[in-house]
Design a protein around this ligand. Structure first.
Ligand code: DGJ
Length: 365
């Protein structure tokens, strides 16, 4: 069922058509949509929503990555499990691992659908911090895991200075976290050095495909303290080796990325587990920066806690507008975590604003 609202665009109140956002979050079979930390692929005029299948109790992955399809963003058909966990003991995606924040992009050169997600190995909590890649010949899958691991082993981020590289900071000298000395060391690349050989950590993540077809993996790295942006190879299945760190020690996660009139915008959250916090927003004239911070884009009551939600994706609609997607986590039963989808408005300075007063009408097909 869809909700009809009247939208307020800036000062003049302008009536808009029916919004596309579901209110009950049920699929066409009447089941609650189980697609958390997800994102949407638009392919041949259809939307494919991929997300974490979460259990009713606990948080380990028992099933895999779910896929739903829609022609209007409102009515969702369940397409089944796009990527299944494995029953094989010791497999990287053995049942009981943790699969989070899956995102799928289409590669026109290879004609493959490429899924990236955050993978934690079974029984190892969140210490593996891997990025995983799976591919399929069709949007709905089945996807096949091709590899998982840390990011860009042996390679320094492009924007780490010669001095920072030479410093070779050692975590043994900074055992106590959150002291000013430790924060400064994190900013100077403490964890980049620690993880250089094995590759950078990768937890919360998203993907972004630019107008020139180049794709990027944006992820919380360095113990969730620093975001990194890594370019993908032309087939979108590996990292090219080119990457940067942004807002070192900023403690950001749940990144989303979109481009509006030549400016790259990133909306993400702070790190408070499943509890909501105030969203953060950054912008840059190029994906490679320089990135600068803005106040939260959320406006109205509850904005200081992102209306109880945490960002997961920003969908670029075919008519040039953007849909912000977020999760309202329910750790007591993650399966029933809620969803918050809101349109992004741009103020008179072109800065994104997200409020509950905005509505969105059906995008042109
Ligand atoms: C917050 C992250 O954004 C989620 O994806 C998930 O990893 C939880 N933390 C786990 O506590």
């Amino acid at each position: 069922m869809a909700l009809s609202l009247v939208s307020c665009q800036g000062k003049q109140k302008e009536k808009k058509a029916e919004i596309v956002i579901p209110t009950e979050w049920k699929d066409t079979g009447g089941e609650y949509i189980n697609s958390h930390g997800g994102g949407i692929l638009t392919y041949e005029g259809k939307y494919y929503w991929f997300g974490e299948h979460r259990p009713a109790k606990g948080f380990a992955t028992e099933v895999g990555v779910n896929c739903y399809s829609s022609e209007n963003l409102r009515v969702w058909n369940y397409e089944g499990v796009a990527l299944s966990v494995s029953d094989e003991e010791g497999n990287e995606i053995e049942k009981g691992c943790i699969m989070e924040r899956p995102k799928v992009i289409y590669n026109a050169k290879t004609r493959k659908f490429v899924m990236w997600f955050h993978l934690e190995l079974k029984g190892r909590g969140y210490e593996a911090a891997r990025a995983a890649v799976a591919v399929s010949d069709t949007p709905t899958g089945p996807y096949r895991l091709i590899h998982s691991g840390r990011v860009n082993p042996g390679i320094y981020p492009e924007n780490m200075t010669t001095e920072e590289r030479a410093a070779r900071l050692d975590t043994a000298q900074y055992r106590e976290w959150w002291t000013p000395e430790w924060t400064e060391a994190v900013q100077r690349g403490l964890f980049v050095h620690r993880d250089l050989e094995g590759g950078q950590m990768s937890r919360d993540m998203t993907l972004y495909v630019d107008d020139d077809g180049k794709a990027y993996h944006i992820y919380s790295s360095e113990e969730n303290l620093t975001l990194q942006i890594a370019e993908l190879t032309d087939d979108y299945q590996s990292h090219s080796g080119r990457y940067i760190r942004i807002f070192p020690a900023g403690h950001n996660e749940a990144p989303t990325l979109f481009k509006h009139e030549g400016t790259y915008w990133m909306i993400c959250s702070g790190c408070t587990g499943w509890a909501p916090n105030e969203a953060r927003m950054f912008s840059a004239p190029s994906i490679w920066g320089p990135w600068k911070q803005h106040p939260t884009p959320f406006a109205g009551e509850g904005a200081d806690k992102t209306f109880g939600a945490q960002s997961t994706y920003v969908l670029a609609l075919p008519d040039g507008r953007f849909l912000f997607m977020a999760d309202i986590w329910k750790p007591e039963s993650l399966m029933y975590s809620g969803y918050l989808w809101l349109p992004i408005r741009f103020d008179e300075n072109g800065v994104p604003v997200i409020s509950k007063e905005e509505s969105i009408d059906a995008p042109a097909q």
